[in-house]
Design a protein around this ligand. Sequence first.
Ligand code: ADE
Ligand code: ZN
Length: 375
Amino acid sequence: MHDRRQIIRAAIAAPLACALPGWARAATPPTDDVAMARFIAGLPKAEFHVHLEGTLEAEMKFALAKRNNLSLPYADVEAMKRSYIYHDLPSFLKIYYDGMQVLLTEQDFYDLAYGYLSKAASQNVLYAEMFFDPQEHLKRGVPIEAVIGGITRARADAAKTLGIQSQLILCFMRDLSAASAMEALDAALPYKDKLVGVGLDSDEKGNPPEKFAEHFAKARAAGLHVTMHCDVNQENTLGNIRTALVDLKAERIDHGGNIVQSPELVALAKSLGIPFTVCPTFSGKVMDDGQPINALREMLDAGLKVSVNSDDPAYMGSEYITEVLVRAQKDSALTPAELVRIERNAFETAWIPAEQRDGYLARLDAYAQSWDLTA
Ligand code: ADE
Ligand code: ZN
């Protein structure tokens, strides 16, 4: 007899529902776990909050360490994975930055990006905007051409071979100096045609968004889009969201769940049409007066433009977007229509030309209709 979790896993891994002939498709919206998993697996998706270095799986870390003649302080992949224990943003970041030390050559960055893109394409992600942290690589003497060059080559190959489109967002590491972030931006600007935007990540404590006002202004003047992490439950979290929206004119907020604690900021974000990239695995719970509240549920109910994303899947149980959505569906009681809405929000707010967007939305609509849902 099959275990129910096995059946759900099989449904996730099954051929995509949208690739099935009409007679084989479900004619009614999914009503049980297995149908829901199949529905989520086949759903056309976009992902905007994924750190490429956070997709560096332990297996690949060992392979790259070997190729680069580096030794790792773990006996094997399992021991490495067991060391991924963290309880807050700083303790997570320590593991994350340690892990990326094996990335040294253009080929390493190619392999990293191609690995993520193949995984994403296999989960029906049609389009991704991916973060990377150049300062951490420049610190180790890796030239920016190797970082951006390897990722760009992987994006082109993945588009050709797997049909997945993607773009790249350079993140400033907010816990390093403003001068270091400016050096990274200046090093990257000659390759600005390979970038779609800039972001802000790493440890928020003591590093408010205004520390990078000049950087965002320069990036914007160079034609780049602007997004910013506002991690959940941070010091002055609502103040930082306000600064990001009002003073720095962020076009998007990454995480940002605490906004539900301020009706005034919710109204502002809605009036500006700001999208939020929520990552339920890492930032699903907002602490409100000592009580956890479900950020995704509250943000959807508040009418915010929310997408669901995987953040750093290699460090979060290797759960990529389909697994994240399956879990979020249960934890946040998402209806099939809300799942379609989440992907519609994503495609509507992607930094892409209108024609590309219309194509994705048409595929999403067709998929929703094949399950007897209106998109
Ligand atoms: N770097 C990688 N993931 C991050 C996150 N969720 N928040 C801040 N910095 C990060
Ligand atoms: Zn993040």
